[in-house]
Write a new protein. Structure first.
Lengths: 304, 557
């Protein structure tokens, strides 16, 4: 029941989001057909605006657009005039999904063990070194990590390709560049969660009962300590899956992250709204899934 | 106590369940990855290696010859669709394309084109005059949204047809004499009409495909093309792949079979990809890392040459005190252009005192204002602003970008140092910049102009009073008349003289603009591996002439 309600509230939310995006991008100065060189005659500009219905009142445009969306048609791209928004998402999204999925696995696979380890070794050398690396990963942005990785592994050692997206070898550097920051973040979340949990009363009780240390850590502490990571993983996954402008740009990956930024700069109205909707749906769904997993991980959480 | 045990969850069943959860979420990540790879990874896997890999600048907005406006797109489209003429790979002058010969009558205002009888679409059907007429009328139809339709306005009644003043296409100066003969009547002697005929806007496109698929016709498979290549594949933001068209009339002289165009927006990535040997040619000047040019320009595979583009500054002639000619003169005279090309741009640009770049066959540009701070100070004092006193703070509008910002800062310093003029920078995102410039919402503005045929009017028409690209508020009937007068001239010498007179108005007398530098063409390719790229003012290098001489990818650095 609770989840059904959640799903139903998504609909008005998506309507508001799409209308905001639709209206705001049109308010921004300049239009999709503004160029350094004006069209040869005003008639051409007028015809272009008429063709894409930009000459209609805003609300009428919006309902026309909505009608298309309901049929699964996000309209033509105003910048890439041989493609529809559907074409571009269909080509780019799988690439971004793949990259995002790999980066997610990398971030989780590195972050959770690192956080766990540093929390258990709190105050010891292992903690200092591990936490230092987590902090480092957390502090260096992808636009520094990417070029450094390229410089070392592609240009100097020549183990991996510089850019493009053609074979599994091409996947490694972008995955690390994209996932590293998040692995640092997850390690820190994990470490904090674990540290807090280890001080909780029930752990003391468990110790008093004479449970083995590994049982305490793995069976009891970890489950609760991982909750902040889980709640963070929803928006993280939505973020990663819709592509990263920086990483896709540095490694010239044909995903949709590049479009997220460029469509706004280009005033590609249909593209902007289509991508905003895509992102919104992903974010809402991921948050829903996170809440769902809460109730499974922590039995104190119940949804009525 | 009971609830505590529940909380602890010591039953092993629940533990297993929990682990399943974690595994499931990682599995979900992996599944998403695999799903993504399944639909994208495999299809983009390289199965066949291209003969030549070219890094080509931004993703093409379109590959429809009527719609494209950028050089990157044109370089691909010229391979796919041919016009009546095409460019010679060496010097980019027009040579026979789909037309094997032509006659020029009436002092250059009538052209009769004789089409090749052996020209066919890549799908086998013959190409004849009807295809040419269809293609040109399509460009002129405002509904096509062909922004470069102006390339055809030299044809009689073409502009009137485009703006709706004439509805009947038979009133146009385009006449079919027979299936392979086309008569074109122009508005006047147009010495560059053959150059225009080689321009993608005038290329011949397949009617059936366009009528059947409208905007997405270019994605049709197989796509009928009129040029030396067919479109093998186009994955957005990934690659455009062209394959030799065996049915092209000149297929025997096409030097390669498979050409990849890699779209790229990051200069660093472009350079890395080229240096690592994964690309053969890097020829887009917007993705050359200018901060490394002093090192890169020493390399034997860096080729720099003159290019038909000018970077300049617009004065807003509708604002005080910039409506004052001596003030504009003074500001122009304190710009140390050598400093800008040597310290900032560094890709082989040349300082500019005139607007039309050097190197045109039929035109020698006049000399403009020299760097002369002394005279500038005098002019300013005479205009009532000695040492900049009383001169309002002006705003320099520029687009965001490192290079443009550096130039803005340099200009700021020059105006302050020599004239005591305070200037603020207003950096705007591209579309905001364009909108502000069009609306004359600026005092001074960063500007550039790229010509597209080897004749001075390609630049000079920009500043005619009613030209949409003027954007200075400067209107001068004498200038307009000189351009029109020049266009009426048959004798090239007379034409040159009149156009020079017009340019003098721009750069010495009225000064609505201050030329700063001429762009340079920059191509990177390893001469030991790649041949058939020649340097010309248009920076055009037809791909059918490009040849790989060795696949020696060792020569990387």
């Amino acid at each position: 029941m609770y989840f059904l309600k959640r799903i139903l509230t998504m609909i008005p939310l998506l309507l508001i989001i799409s209308f905001m995006a639709f209206a705001l991008i049109r308010v921004a100065p300049g239009g999709p057909f503004d160029r350094e060189r004006k069209p040869a005659s005003p008639e051409i500009e007028r015809a272009l605006r008429a063709k894409y219905h930009l000459d209609e009142p805003l609300v009428k445009q919006y309902f026309r657009y909505l009608g298309g969306v309901l049929k699964g048609d996000f309209g033509p791209s105003l910048k890439y005039r041989n493609h529809t928004v559907n074409d571009i998402i269909k080509q780019g999204l799988p690439v971004s999904l793949a990259l995002g999925g790999m980066a997610f696995c990398f971030a989780m696979g590195v972050g959770i063990p690192l956080g766990f380890y540093t929390a258990v070794r709190r105050g010891q050398w292992g903690d200092y070194i591990g936490s230092f690396f987590a902090l480092l990963a957390f502090c260096i942005p992808a636009f520094v990590v990417g070029p450094v990785l390229i410089m070392i592994f592609a240009m100097k050692l020549q183990w991996l390709p510089v850019a493009l997206w053609h074979s599994p070898l091409h996947f490694i550097l972008p995955t690390v560049a994209l996932g590293l920051y998040f692995s640092g973040r997850i390690a820190r979340l994990m470490r904090e969660g674990m540290t807090d949990t280890l001080h909780a009363g029930f752990i003391t009780t468990a110790r008093a009962k004479g449970l083995s240390e590994s049982a305490i850590l793995w069976k009891h502490a970890f489950r609760l300590a991982v909750l902040p990571v889980v709640s963070y993983s929803g928006p993280l996954l939505a973020d990663l899956l819709t592509g990263s402008f920086v990483v896709e740009n540095i490694f010239r990956i044909p995903g949709i992250g590049v479009f997220m930024v460029n469509s706004t700069i280009n005033r590609d109205y249909t593209m902007v709204v289509g991508l905003v909707l895509l992102y919104a749906v992903l974010l809402l769904v991921m948050n829903l899934l996170v809440d769902l997993s809460y109730s499974l991980l922590d039995r104190r959480v119940r949804y009525e | 106590m009971k609830s505590l045990t529940r909380l602890l969850g010591n039953s092993s069943g629940r533990l297993r369940f929990f682990w399943r959860q974690i595994c499931r979420s990682l599995a979900a990540g992996a599944a998403i990855t695999l799903a993504g790879l399944g639909t994208s990874g495999c299809s983009s896997a390289v199965t066949e290696q291209a003969d030549i890999v070219i890094i080509n600048g931004a993703e093409p907005e379109s590959l429809d010859p009527a719609i494209i406006t950028g050089q990157g797109e044109a370089r691909i489209v010229r391979g796919l669709f041919e016009g009546l003429t095409r460019l010679d790979p060496k010097d980019a002058v027009p040579v026979p394309g789909l037309a094997e010969r032509w006659e020029i009558l009436n002092d250059g205002s009538v052209y009769i084109f004789h089409l090749r009888t052996n020209a066919v679409w890549s799908t086998g059907e013959p190409i004849n005059v009807d295809d040419v007429i269809y293609s040109w009328l399509r460009v002129l139809d405002p509904m096509t949204g062909a922004e470069y339709a102006g390339q055809l306005f030299f044809i009689k009644n073409a502009e009137e047809y485009n703006t709706g003043k004439i509805k009947n296409p038979s009133a146009l100066g385009i006449h079919k004499m027979d299936d392979y003969t086309l008569r074109v009547e122009l508005t006047g002697p147009t010495p560059f009409f053959l150059d225009l005929a080689a321009f993608p806007t005038l290329a011949v496109v397949p009617r059936d495909s366009i009528e059947k698929h409208s905007d997405r016709w270019i994605m049709e498979k197989p796509l009928p093309t009129s040029g030396p290549y067919t479109l093998e594949s186009w994955r957005i933001h990934d690659r455009v792949r062209l394959r030799k068209n065996p049915r092209h009339w000149d297929a025997a002289n096409v030097q390669n079979t498979l050409v990849d165009f890699i779209p790229m927006e990051s200069a660093m990535t472009a350079m890395n990809l080229y240096l690592s040997g994964q690309a053969d040619i890097l020829w887009d000047k917007t993705i050359i890392p200018s901060e490394l040019m002093d090192v890169l320009s020493l390399r034997p595979d860096c080729h720099q040459f003159d290019y038909l583009g000018t970077f300049f500054m617009r004065f807003n002639g509708t604002r005080k005190p910039l409506d004052d000619v001596p003030v504009r003169n003074a500001l122009s005279m304190v710009i140390d252009k050598h400093q800008i090309v040597e310290k900032i741009t560094r890709a082989g640009e040349k300082p500019a005192t005139h607007f039309v770049p050097k190197g045109m066959v039929t035109y020698q540009p006049p000399k403009g204002l020299a760097y002369d701070p002394e005279t500038a100070r005098k002019l300013m004092a005479e205009a009532g602003y000695p040492g900049g006193k009383g001169f309002p703070t002006v705003v320099y509008l520029l687009k965001s970008g490192k290079l443009d910002e550096q130039i803005g800062v340099e200009l700021q310093a020059m105006f302050k140092e020599h004239l005591g003029v305070r200037m603020e920078l207003r950096q705007a995102e591209w579309k905001v910049y364009l909108a502000a410039q069009s609306a004359l919402d600026y005092d001074l503005s960063r500007s550039r102009w790229i010509g597209y045929y080897n004749e001075p009017t390609t630049c000079l028409v920009m500043l005619m009073s009613n030209n949409g690209n003027n954007r200075t508020g400067w209107k001068n009937p004498r200038y307009d008349e000189l351009i029109r007068e020049g266009n009426r001239q048959v004798d090239p010498k007379k034409r040159e003289k009149i156009l020079q007179e017009a340019e003098v108005l721009l750069i010495r007398e009225e000064v609505p603009i201050a030329p700063i530098y001429f762009y340079a063409g920059v191509n990177f390719f390893r001469p030991k591996e790649i041949e058939g790229i020649y340097f010309n003012l248009l920076d055009e290098h037809p791909i059918h002439a490009i040849r790989r001489v060795s696949r020696n990818r060792e020569s990387r650095n």
